[in-house]
Design a binder for this molecule. Structure first.
Ligand SMILES: NC(=O)C1=CN([C@@H]2O[C@H](COP(=O)(O)OP(=O)(O)OC[C@H]3O[C@@H](n4cnc5c(N)ncnc54)[C@H](O)[C@@H]3O)[C@@H](O)[C@H]2O)[C@@H](O)CC1
Ligand SMILES: Nc1ncnc2c1ncn2[C@@H]1O[C@H](COP(=O)(O)OP(=O)(O)OP(=O)(O)O)[C@@H](O)[C@H]1O
Ligand SMILES: [Mg+2]
Length: 327
């Protein structure tokens, strides 16, 4: 009996040691990747003009959902973009404008010339975030398909989230092989995409492999699977972001992530792979957005506990950004 207890204790010590080694290793990996994120952040400078640090467009917002595009667009500004546009359905526009005087809001998505109306702006935009609060109306989704095609033709980076991922699950060919696309699925959105591409369910015991395979099958688009740990892959590398957040899971946190990512993607592509130590700039940008969102969640939770909402997290963007990237 006592020798069995001894064996049990030894086994537990081995497991504990292995776990703490793994933890130490992953903390070191996280710190190394955070350093790469710091390398892509442009310095603030008095010689720059308005617009140079980012002009970002969010495509989303319909009668039902006005919060999601607002969260994404305001997060882009708070992270450091100079201008943030929202292209939404007409019913959503006055609501979004009333939330914030800082956003430029175009009520065009449900007009017959929607693609043309957005295309006019594309030469002036550095990145698009497609999907927050878009809804699943077929006519809107059809316009978004045209907007995605126009963005690809101009080589504009696109972050695809929420209902934009619904569209991609219906038509994966839309982003197949487009290396400037980043997909940011939550649990359900990832399962839907995986099922659409592989015609079978995700292996829940192999999250890393599933994310890697999905990215590869889509022609190396960057995939960010959000969850307790965020798993990111460009089809070659797999990164894990375990920045401490909290247990509070209010809606809108993913919108903060996709909006911040719009800016970071622009900065990362501007900097190029020399500063990201051979890692894909988009993967580094995605790691930055995941860390930032989780840090905002952590800080907001310290102050507000169970009543934390996404607006409280957005109020933390400035200090969370400084803590992670400007120390
Ligand atoms: N204030 C707003 O306007 C908000 C609007 N939102 C919009 O709402 C629309 C639908 O988004 P949804 O995210 O609900 O998408 P889905 O309609 O695909 O639903 C996802 C479902 O998965 C569940 N889920 C999430 N994580 C899970 C996990 N780990 N395990 C099991 N189930 C899990 C959620 O409870 C949710 O019911 C999108 O347009 C989105 O942008 C959201 O962004 C939230 C905030
Ligand atoms: N269990 C968890 N523990 C810690 N952080 C989590 C957990 N689940 C999700 N997150 C974090 O919350 C953020 C949003 O992820 P989530 O899965 O809620 O996205 P979402 O469903 O798209 O959100 P939204 O409500 O904006 O649509 C990400 O930064 C992710 O890292
Ligand atoms: Mg979402």
């Amino acid at each position: 009996m006592s020798s069995r207890c001894g064996a049990f204790r030894t086994c537990r010590r081995v497991l504990e040691r292995a776990f703490s080694l793994y933890k130490a290793h992953s903390i070191k990996d996280m710190e190394n990747t955070l350093q790469l994120v710091r390398n892509i952040i442009p310095p603030l400078s008095s010689t720059k003009h308005k617009g140079q640090d980012g002009r970002i467009g969010v495509v989303g917002g319909c009668q039902e959902y006005t919060g999601a595009p607002y969260f994404a667009a305001i997060s882009a500004l708070k992270v450091g973009a100079d201008l943030s546009h929202v292209f939404c359905a007409s019913a959503a526009a006055p609501v979004i404008k009333a939330y914030s005087p800082e956003l430029i809001v175009h009520p065009v998505l449900d007009s017959p010339g929607a693609v043309h109306e957005v295309e006019k702006w594309l030469p002036r935009l550095h990145a698009l975030v497609v999907g927050p609060g878009l809804g699943r109306d077929d006519a809107l989704l059809d316009s978004v398909k045209g907007i995605l095609e126009a963005s690809k033709a101009r080589d504009i980076p696109v972050v695809i989230d929420a209902d934009g991922l619904w569209l991609v699950a219906q038509q994966p060919a839309l982003i197949q092989g487009y290396r400037k696309a980043v997909l940011t699925p939550n649990h359900m959105e990832f399962s839907r995409l995986y099922d659409a591409v592989f015609r079978g369910p995700v292996d829940s015991d192999d999250r890393h492999g599933s994310v890697l395979r999905l990215s590869q099958a889509l022609g190396n688009v960057t995939v960010v699977q959000k969850g307790e740990h965020d798993i990111l892959s460009d089809g070659q590398q797999v990164l894990v972001c375990s920045q401490e957040g909290s247990s509070r899971r209010c809606g809108g946190q993913g919108d903060l992530l996709s909006g911040s990512l719009g800016v970071l993607v622009h900065w990362a592509l501007l900097t190029g792979p020399e500063k990201t130590n051979g890692s894909s700039p988009l993967l580094v940008a995605a790691f930055g957005a995941c860390s930032l969102t989780r840090q905002c969640n952590h800080q907001a939770f310290q102050k507000h506990g169970r009543s934390t909402t996404t607006s409280d997290m957005i109020a933390e963007v400035g200090t969370a950004f400084s803590k992670l990237f400007e120390t």
